[in-house]
Write a protein that binds this ligand. Structure first.
Ligand SMILES: Nc1nc2c(c(=O)[nH]1)N[C@H]1C(S)=C(S)[C@@H](COP(=O)(O)OP(=O)(O)OC[C@H]3O[C@@H](n4cnc5c(=O)[nH]c(N)nc54)[C@H](O)[C@@H]3O)O[C@H]1N2
Ligand SMILES: Nc1nc2c(c(=O)[nH]1)N[C@H]1C(S)=C(S)[C@@H](COP(=O)(O)OP(=O)(O)OC[C@H]3O[C@@H](n4cnc5c(=O)[nH]c(N)nc54)[C@H](O)[C@@H]3O)O[C@H]1N2
Ligand code: SF4
Ligand SMILES: [Mo]
Length: 865
């Protein structure tokens, strides 16, 4: 076996180090890297199962012009010519790039340089606009530069950890495990989230606040700190500029009772939180999309930063505000300047910065002003003002708000280029040219994680087909547009060194973002690069900030009035993530183990709302908003606030007929950051009746999505499963089954029909439908796809003899179902999560399911009592 290669996980901004061992042409063994400072050897369910996602199924392996395969030369020449011609006729602002926090720093740097230095427009924006831009704006307002002061080590030193709008247990699982370990050692955990998430379930205190009321909560807390005497006047006097009537304004309406009313939380809980915070100097306030993805996201961010500045809880071990990033390289993208609102290397568009960058790049046309932010950018495409667009490593037809309008814009755009690793994506369907990019495991470069640690991603496999790394694709287009010398890169290391040199260029310490020393390493040093953190271990330890006067700023922010529910749209739609899926599922959707945690897109509803609205658990419902509508499966959950719905963001046209969250969300943005308010869209919901329901199992992919009202694809070992439901004639579904010998069973009374297709003595496909009968549990049938022969009881849907139904899968590493866990707890008298692990293994590998195990234990013990 080959030696392990050290690389970094493809997914979230925790940035875990991985040791990957190539075990075959396209297969890997994955282990956590014990020497990586972000994870010290641990990996969550997504990282653990990366090996299941590196096959070549569905990959785009050749450049495509329209539906035809083309050579790289032809495709690149066409892209260069179309962009050149469009710029010549309509000016530089008639073209745009829409890029991604999933590009590597080197890819990102080249794309940013081309647009902002050579094309001469700043119309390059990134999906980080949808993700981090409110945090960026808040940091810049408070500190003068977009800097995250905290590190993961601070979590190990904190006595109180406050999670605001962050489902850390699901979205940043390894950071969450660090938090849990710290809590086991005595630290307190407070979660502020309208939903009772698995993260909230394990907290010492959960404040299920009214969505959008975070500013009130934080301002009330600051007022409380002032009254309790924990505002650090000496720190403020030495290091922070405070607006004139800041404290007077804060005093108005921010008493405990008013805040409790605004936030709709019990006064006693609020008081408990305020007292805990005031009494605990070593506090980390970690925040993510519940704060950022709001039309008041920047103010919400600053309300948190204000607290830490005013109490002097910053620049000290275990005390800092901590904006945690989502994508693997959201931070690297911010460092190179990939947002339309920044220029490069943490510099803005001030004249001296523009001139400095023009000198450094020898650039002919540095952009004069910020470009269009994502929502405006797609609007501008729809209005015909942008005529050529290049999308890299993101799927805006799914992930942008009001995605229906985004699709119309893409359809109307005269020239669309999409660089992706996947052949069929919802965005790729609109492309005139599709370029095959190298995927994780095939490319080399760097990423920066949430705590400023830069790590290498390393190639594990040779490039498949004609795929090429993104930096190469962009520099080839740049050279063909006429800028040969400025884009003469032979390898990522060339770009990395240039990026490092720019960060220190004419930088006397005014810009904190600097990669000194890193610029001088040779290619061998780049290859051997160890993870390192820029900016040192304790950012702002000396109280100096990157502003002109060296002081940070308190920013006066006030709670905006929260709208009353509308008559036609009385509910509030909240959107977010599932533990085992990543965004539009292009990678995680390939892994059967990851599919089992949540197989279908669910709309979570409070049971009381469900009763009032006639919704049944497991039934279908149509969620509608002024932007559009989509069907979801209903899941009752008393952790929802009444009047609010929660839906996941992961399902696409490729994977489901419904669950299309992007069509629903409204395109309103924060006025400062331009980040959309994804978490609060006025909505309505109604039940959808179906005559029949069932599922299709198939060893190969189906030729098309099953043509019925509800169809959701689930990856299973050796094939796929589609859950289906509808009202029309279900006969049509049978045309999707492959050729082979058919066996059938029919129960007319229950409207049940079961068909199996046998080919080469093995099960090739099966269709199970019923009108008012039961459907068998799926596990055993799924296993029959891999079985060497056909079981005689196939159409009964169970093994000869009795087979226990495991229930929904909780532990995806060891495939342990709910019923197995409950039985083990009852039969063996298991009392804690560790005991469950010892008895049946669940939760002992990646640990992502431990919060779920803890909940099951609580439910079981209260049941028993
Ligand atoms: N499994 C998984 N992990 C991921 C990702 C993934 O797709 N799957 N994506 C990665 C990316 S790019 C990102 S950005 C991160 C996101 O990570 P998170 O921010 O943790 O994830 P979300 O589920 O989007 O939203 C977080 C929480 O905000 C809450 N919220 C909604 N409105 C409010 C509000 O008004 N106030 C407060 N305080 N909270 C509110 C929601 O109820 C939700 O539980 O996850 C990263 N990690
Ligand atoms: N309603 C709602 N919408 C949201 C959010 C929400 O919470 N609610 N969250 C928002 C946030 S925070 C984010 S980050 C976005 C994420 O949304 P997207 O960025 O649209 O999601 P992904 O599925 O990660 O898209 C990445 C694409 O890049 C491709 N890809 C992967 N690796 C490479 C590579 O190396 N090179 C190239 N060229 N392509 C590659 C993948 O196949 C995939 O098609 O969604 C946003 N949208
Ligand atoms: S927490 Fe999980 S998804 Fe995030 S980087 Fe680590 S292993 Fe990857
Ligand atoms: Mo994100």
């Amino acid at each position: 076996m080959a030696d392990a290669i050290r690389t970094t996980c493809a997914y979230c901004g925790v940035g875990c180090g991985i040791r990957a061992t190539v075990t075959g042409e396209r297969s890997l063994e994955i282990a956590g890297d014990p020497d990586h400072p972000a994870n010290h050897g641990r990996l969550c369910s997504k990282g653990t199962h990366l090996g299941e996602t590196v096959g070549l199924e569905g990959r785009l392996l050749h450049p495509m012009i329209g539906k035809k395969r083309a050579s790289w030369d032809k495709a690149l020449d066409l892209v260069a010519k179309k962009f050149r011609d469009t710029i010549a006729r309509h000016g530089p602002n008639s073209v745009a790039f829409y890029v991604s926090g999933q590009l590597l720093t080197e890819d990102y740097y080249v794309a940013n340089k081309l647009m902002k230095g050579f094309i001469g427009s700043a119309n390059i924006d990134t999906n980080s606009r949808l993700c981090m831009s409110s945090a960026v704006a808040a940091h810049t307002r408070a500190f003068g530069e977009d800097i995250v002061p905290a590190t993961y080590d601070d979590l190990d030193a904190a006595d109180l950890i406050v999670l605001v709008g962050s489902n850390t247990a699901w979205c940043h699982p390894i950071v969450y495990q660090r938090i849990r370990a710290r809590c086991d050692a005595g630290a307190k955990l407070v979660v502020i989230d309208p939903r009772r998430t698995e993260t909230a379930e394990e907290a010492d205190l959960h404040l299920a606040l009214r969505p959008g009321s975070d500013v009130a909560l934080m301002n009330g807390l600051l007022q409380h700190c002032r009254e309790a005497g924990v505002v650090d006047d000496a720190y403020l006097a030495a290091h922070v500029a405070v607006p004139q009537d800041f404290w007077d304004q804060l005093g108005e309406g921010n008493d405990l009772w008013s805040v409790a009313r605004t936030c709709d939380v019990p006064v006693a809980d609020l008081r408990h939180f305020y007292e805990l915070f005031a009494a605990t100097p070593r506090t980390i306030t970690l925040f993510s999309q519940g704060v950022n993805q709001s039309t008041i996201g920047t103010d919400q961010g600053n309300a948190i930063l204000n607290l830490h500045l005013a109490t002097g809880r910053i620049g000290k071990p275990g005390a800092a505000p901590f904006s945690i990033t989502g994508q693997p390289n959201a931070m690297g993208g911010r460092e190179v300047g990939g947002l339309a609102s920044t220029l490069a290397a943490h510099m803005d568009f001030a004249d001296d910065n523009r001139e400095r960058i023009a000198r450094f790049w020898a650039a002919p046309a540095v952009a004069e002003k910020p470009g269009l932010k994502a929502v405006d950018l797609f609007r501008s495409i729809g209005e015909g003002r942008i005529k050529a667009l290049w999308v890299m490593a993101t799927n805006p037809a799914v992930s942008m708000p009001d995605a229906g309008r985004v699709r119309e814009a893409l359809a109307a755009c005269p020239f669309v280029v999409v660089s992706d690793v996947i052949e069929e994506t919802d965005t790729g369907a609109f492309a005139h040219v599709r370029l095959p990019a190298a995927a994780w495991g095939e490319k080399d470069g760097t990423v920066t994680n949430s705590d400023r640690t830069v790590s290498r991603q390393r190639a594990l496999f040779p490039l498949p087909g004609e795929a090429m790394p993104d930096w190469w694709i962009v520099k080839e287009v740049a050279r063909r547009m006429g800028w040969k010398n400025a884009f003469a890169y032979d390898r990522p290391a060339d770009i990395w060194r240039e990026h490092c040199r720019l960060s220190t260029y004419e930088n006397d310490g005014a810009r904190f973002f600097a990669l000194p020393g890193a610029a001088h390493g040779g290619n061998a040093a780049y290859d051997a690069m160890e993870p390192f953190r820029w900016g040192g271990e304790q950012m702002f330890a000396d109280g100096r900030y990157p502003t002109e006067d060296g002081r940070a700023r308190l920013i006066a922010v006030a709670q905006k009035p929260l709208p009353e529910p509308l008559e036609k749209w009385p509910l509030t739609l909240n959107t977010g993530r599932y533990r085992d899926q990543w965004h539009t599922m292009t990678r995680t959707g390939l892994a059967p183990k990851l599919a089992r945690h949540r197989e279908e897109p669910l709309v979570e509803v409070h049971p009381a709302d469900a009763e009032r609205l006639g919704l049944a658990d497991g039934g279908l419902a149509r969620v509608s908003t002024p932007q559009g509508d989509s069907i979801f499966r209903v899941a009752l959950h008393d952790g929802q606030r009444r009047g609010e719905l929660f839906v996941p963001i992961h399902w696409t046209d490729r994977t489901s007929s419904g669950g299309r969250t992007g069509l629903l969300t409204r395109p309103l943005v924060d006025p400062i950051s331009g980040q959309p308010g994804f978490k609060r869209t006025p909505a309505a919901i109604e039940p959808v009746a179906v005559r029949w329901r069932g599922f299709i199992l198939s060893r190969g992919e189906l030729a098309e999505r099953p043509p019925c009202l509800w169809a959701t694809r689930v990856a299973v070992p050796s094939g796929v499963m589609w859950e289906v439901a509808g009202n029309g004639d279900p006969k049509r579904l049978e045309t999707l089954l492959p050729a082979g010998q058919r066996i059938e069973a029919v129960d007319a009374g229950r409207g049940t029909r079961r068909v199996a297709v046998i080919a080469n003595d093995r099960l090739a496909a099966a269709l199970f439908l019923t009108e008012n009968g039961e459907l068998p549990p799926r596990d055993w049938l799924i296993a029959q796809l891999s079985a060497p022969q056909v079981a005689p009881t196939l159409l009964a849907g169970r093994a000869p003899g009795v087979q226990a139904d495991r229930g929904p899968i909780i532990c995806s590493c060891f495939d342990v179902g709910l019923k197995t866990i409950v039985a083990a707890i009852r039969d063996q008298g298991l009392a804690d999560v560790a005991a469950i692990g010892n008895a049946i293994g669940a939760g002992t590998n990646c640990g992502s399911c431990r919060p779920a195990l803890a909940r099951i234990l609580t439910e079981e013990t209260s049941h028993a009592a």
